[in-house]
Design a protein around this ligand. Structure first.
Ligand code: G6P
Length: 368
């Protein structure tokens, strides 16, 4: 299969721009927009109503997708979720809950640690499901239920469209689980499905911020450390933002839960450390805003990713603003991923690194 870059400079840029299309395709596979319902995959192979516990295991970016999934499954379906990186899970000798579902997330479906974790759970009698982008992969084949992301081949080493498609699948599953477990009524399910239906358009709106983000990247790219902060479901996006930046631009970056700022990273803050704050105007906004004010009071250079209301209530004037459209909280992680991808991409371009093949990294890690 030959995949071309077309008019784009890098596969990564192309893959970022494919997101409205591949997200539409993936969402349409798991949601019925006509009736406003989620279609649980696998014809009842997963009995969400009876499920005592879900464990999610993955590596790298896929692990951060899983962490977003934890917030969704717990909030929308009241389903307890354990999440771990595969390299820890496989050796931890974790006790497995009888009747539990083990969910693995992998773009390639070949990551060695994820596969070893899957086999551990298979021996432990768990039902095995996997969210994979390569349907013929080992992880897909060894699962009771393979749940495909329809992102198409991803060439850039740093995952972009596969990640947002993993999120789209997880959100759809969480809605199906919420309905099956009686936590969401028909109206709530319809509202969530309608919100997910808005994702491709909102992702296009976010892509239109490319010029603004490129300009910000040009002003920032010489720094040596960047902190990313988020609270609630924005927290995993802060982790993913930091991962993308370090992978691509070789700038040291850390993602932190905004509330943990005072327990360590605040010691790093000065005018040389940009702090990217991912904070839509949601029910937790005031909390994140106060963390941001603590950063501002110490001279930190804030890059605020928020919407109009968030900007009005920030209580500070950020050095940089990436102004996002307003959207329901549930879909925020998918749409807010776009600016953090673009920021990492343009910082890397400004630094002249090899965007599609960053040093020392592999697209798929098939050895331990
Ligand atoms: C490598 C890639 C990452 C990816 C991770 C997990 O580290 O560089 O982009 O997130 O592996 O890969 P998987 O194929 O299992 O999603």
């Amino acid at each position: 299969l030959l995949v071309e870059k077309g008019n784009y400079r890098h596969f990564m840029e192309k893959e970022i721009h494919e997101q409205p299309d591949v997200l539409s395709r993936t969402l349409a596979h798991y949601l019925d927009f006509g009736t406003g319902t989620a279609r649980p995959p696998g014809d009842g192979k997963i009995d969400f109503a009876a499920l005592p516990r879900l464990s999610i295991t993955a590596c790298g970016t896929a692990n951060y997708a899983g962490l977003v999934g934890k917030y969704w499954f717990e909030q929308l379906a009241r389903l307890p979720v354990d999440i771990d990186v595969a390299s820890e899970f496989r050796y931890r000798e974790a006790p497995l809950t009888p009747g539990g579902l083990a969910l693995f997330i992998s773009q390639s479906g070949e990551t060695a640690d994820t596969l070893a974790s899957l086999r551990y759970c298979r021996e432990g009698g768990q039902t095995i499901a996997s969210i994979v982008n390569v349907p013929t992969s080992t992880i897909a084949r060894e699962s009771d239920l393979a749940i495909p992301t329809l992102a198409g081949p991803e060439i850039g080493v740093a995952s972009t469209k596969a990640f947002t498609c993993q999120l789209a699948v997880l959100a759809s599953l969480a809605v199906a689980a919420g309905r099956a477990r009686g936590h969401l009524d028909v109206a709530a399910e319809q509202a969530l499905v309608a919100a997910l239906g808005e994702v491709p358009r909102l992702v296009s709106d976010a892509l239109a911020l490319e010029g603004t983000i490129e300009a910000i990247a040009r002003r920032l790219h010489r720094v040596s450390d960047v902190l990313y902060l988020g609270r609630g479901i924005a927290y995993p996006i802060a982790l993913e933002g930091a991962l993308k930046l370090k992978e691509l631009s070789y700038i040291h970056a850390e993602g932190y839960a905004a509330g943990e700022l005072k327990h360590g990273p605040i010691a790093l803050i000065d005018e040389d450390v940009p702090v990217v704050v991912i904070a839509p105007f949601d029910r937790l906004f005031e909390k994140t805003a106060s963390n941001m004010q603590e950063v501002a009071a110490r001279g930190g250079r804030i890059v605020l990713i928020t919407d109009q209301k968030g900007l009005e209530h920030a209580g500070i004037t950020p050095a940089e603003v990436i102004l996002m459209p307003e959207m329901p909280e549930a879909i925020m992680p998918i749409v807010y991923t776009v600016p953090i991808q673009l920021l990492a991409y343009y910082m890397a371009v400004a630094n002249g690194t090899d965007v599609d093949q960053p040093r020392n990294l592999a697209k798929s890690v098939t050895v331990e």
